[in-house]
Design a binder for this molecule. Structure first.
Ligand SMILES: Cc1ncc(COP(=O)(O)O)c(C=O)c1O
Length: 372
């Protein structure tokens, strides 16, 4: 037993151990003093649009604002219902509430993704949009989500905050619906040394509106068209983003390698460990490597005591949080997500782990099972 962390969850010091290229980019930016919007940000926006495969893309100050901006651009507000999975991060539902709309939760499947049949059951005459989440860096079947949306005439905003670099049926997450939102928070695949976000859309008018709203509604220095706010990404971070984008695919390849190793090994440990099924149409970003385990709390305690920084994402689903109860939800409403919440384990799976660390993490899981 040891208190020392041997398999760390936090990769940030390693990610930026050498930041000389970023510093060179900052040097160039600082010489221009272009600190609000400007050429460095536009350069990154165009690189991101190319990478994702979207005609339009704009950078925001975080993923939550990316969601809020997109919801507003889609005209979603008071009186509208938006269906979204109950196992996401708070921000997805927080954004729906922030624009005055009503979140309607749906349950999730064995891959931890929105259960599209359950989404269908929750459609009412007030439903305006679906807000599927590419949870943990895996994706719901967006073809099914889009079929459902089309059959009811609904808008679709994809929360692809964890999924920069993923693929769904050969396409980037975020490109199926009317709009897609991404996060560049330090724990996301494209880390900008702080908060950052992106919105993508195919809609020219929606893009024009978002560009204005993001920047106080200004058409020029002396005139506004609409009341807007400041949701701009910092150019210093756009420089980091441009740099990190160049290594993204390589870093994700390593994560997927670790995912395969964990899947093979943990999947063979017996019925008390359940690894989610993988879909060949969905190369994931492995933002979170999650599986289900019996006696989860004991397993986490054993992992942590042995230096493996395991976590839970998350022990309480959104509908059972205080404001979820206030929306009228209670225990038993989302049986799939509730059963998972008691069994979820997240293991470190970032690209800086060595083979030895991956083996160590798997060995500690095995050891915990042997002690039962
Ligand atoms: C699924 C999901 N949606 C939204 C967000 C919000 O992004 P941000 O932290 O950049 O505001 C996050 C991450 O934090 C997330 O994981």
């Amino acid at each position: 037993m040891s208190d020392a962390i041997r398999v760390p969850y936090n990769y940030l010091p390693m990610q930026f151990a050498d930041y000389s290229e970023i510093a060179a980019g900052w040097d160039a930016l600082i010489k221009t003093a272009d600190f609000t919007l400007g050429a460095f940000m536009e350069k990154f926006e165009s690189e991101f649009a190319d990478y994702i495969g979207s005609p339009h893309c704009l950078a925001t100050n975080n993923g939550t604002d990316a969601l809020i901006l997109a919801l507003k651009a889609l005209g979603i507000g008071p009186g509208d219902e938006v269906i979204t999975p109950c196992n996401s991060f708070y921000a997805t539902t927080g954004a729906i509430v922030a624009v005055g709309a009503t979140p309607i939760f749906c349950d999730v499947d064995e891959r931890f993704q929105a259960d599209v049949d359950d989404m269908d059951r929750r459609v009412t005459p007030r439903t305006k949009a679906l807000l599927p989440v590419h949870w943990a860096g895996a994706s719901p079947d967006m073809v099914k989500v889009m079929d459902l949306a089309q059959s009811h005439g609904l808008l679709v905003l994809e929360d692809a905050c964890m999924a920069i670099g993923g693929k769904v049926h050969g396409q980037s997450p975020g490109t199926f619906g009317d709009m897609g939102a991404f996060s560049m928070h330090p724990l996301k695949t494209l880390n900008v040394m702080g908060d950052g976000g992106m919105v993508i859309t195919k809609d020219d008018d929606g893009m024009r509106w978002m560009l204005q709203y993001r920047n106080h509604g200004m058409v020029d220095r002396d005139h506004i068209d609409i009341w807007g706010v400041n949701m701009r990404l910092q150019p210093l971070q756009a420089v980091v983003a441009s740099h990190m984008l160049t290594s993204l695919d390589e870093r994700l390849a390593r994560r997927r390698e670790i995912q395969r190793t964990y899947d093979e090994h943990l999947g063979a440990l017996g019925p008390s460990i359940v690894v989610p099924p993988r879909a060949d149409w969905n190369p994931e970003t492995v933002s979170l490597y999650m599986f289900q385990a019996d006696n989860r709390d004991d397993l986490i305690a054993h992992l942590v005591a042995n230096g493996v920084e395991a976590k839970v994402h998350y022990p309480v689903p959104l509908h059972l949080q205080k404001p979820g109860h206030e929306l009228g939800y209670g225990p038993g409403d989302m049986p799939g997500a509730e059963a998972q919440a008691d069994r979820l384990v997240t293991l470190p799976a970032h690209e800086y782990l060595t083979e030895l660390q991956v083996e160590l993490a798997m060995g500690v899981v095995e050891d915990a099972l042997a002690r039962r």
